[in-house]
Design a protein around this ligand. Structure first.
Ligand SMILES: [Zn+2]
Length: 261
């Protein structure tokens, strides 16, 4: 029985425009579920359309990626929040949302990014949905800041997608009851391997962030590459892949409230 999940990828992106259905058909051979995250209003519509074509296999979260905040007016963001509200029964989470100190540096823009982040956390609370967090750069700064914001906002269910922070920070996150998701780039990252070793299996999730973060840096990533993350976690835990698969499936179902077929 297949029990492999990719909790974060972008199958709506242009990188799949020529062979999207083939990529999904291939993914179905290896995985039993993928979560695609809408990053802005246009993408959000595409994610819902794609999920409707692949019911019980593709699940959707909707959010506003921090790099898309400054290009949107307050009114556009309001409309988008309404759109999410209208579609709340079709989604399993809010995200990706968060902070990006790598691409967004201007203090005023950062402040607004933070405000929008908090606004979207409000949607998650209102609809009782988990959040998928994008917290990036410099060092662990964005991660620690994000962690503080979600605990201040009393968020109960969250996953730190593509976790790039230190193992110590990962431990704090798990103690607060949140999840850490490790991507395919774990193959190239010593610190991600350490996180896999130190964090209890009950708090880990697996993702590709495809089309990005391929195990082979120069290639387009695809959901089935998530297998490599399971194998690496099993190696770090000195466990077998089957055990890792079973636990991660349970984590997925617990966090997103979805039962996989
Ligand atoms: Zn993403």
């Amino acid at each position: 029985m297949i029990e492999i999940i990719d909790i974060h990828c972008h199958l709506t992106f242009k990188e799949y425009d020529t062979d999207r259905e083939q990529v999904i058909a291939d993914a179905k051979q290896v995985l039993n579920g993928v979560v695609i995250s809408g990053v802005e209003p246009e993408d959000a519509k595409k994610t819902l359309e794609l999920a409707a074509m692949h019911e019980d296999f593709i699940f959707v979260t909707l959010g506003l990626h921090p790099i898309h905040v400054s290009g949107k007016t307050d009114q556009e963001i309001e409309h988008y929040a309404e759109f999410i509200s209208e579609n709340k029964r079709k989604i399993v989470g809010i995200g990706e949302i968060g902070l990006d100190y790598h691409w967004v540096r201007d203090p005023l823009k950062l402040k607004r990014t933070q405000e929008v982040f908090v606004e979207f956390l409000g949607l998650a609370k209102e609809f009782d949905l988990p959040v998928v967090l994008h917290l990036r750069g410099t060092g662990s700064e964005a991660i620690e800041e994000g962690l503080k914001i979600i605990s201040d906002e009393d968020i109960k269910k969250a996953v730190f997608h593509c976790f790039t922070g230190k193992p110590g920070v990962a431990e704090t996150i798990c103690e607060e009851g949140y999840y850490i998701s490790l991507p395919t780039s774990i193959m190239r990252s010593k610190s991600m391997k350490k996180v896999a070793k130190r964090i209890p299996l009950s708090h880990l999730l697996t993702e590709t962030d495809a089309p990005y973060l391929s195990p082979d840096e120069n290639e387009r990533n695809v959901p089935q590459n998530v297998k490599a993350v399971y194998e690496e976690i099993a190696r770090q835990k000195k466990s077998d892949v089957k055990t890792v698969e079973g636990e991660i499936e349970q984590n997925f179902e617990r966090l997103f409230g979805v039962e996989l077929k």
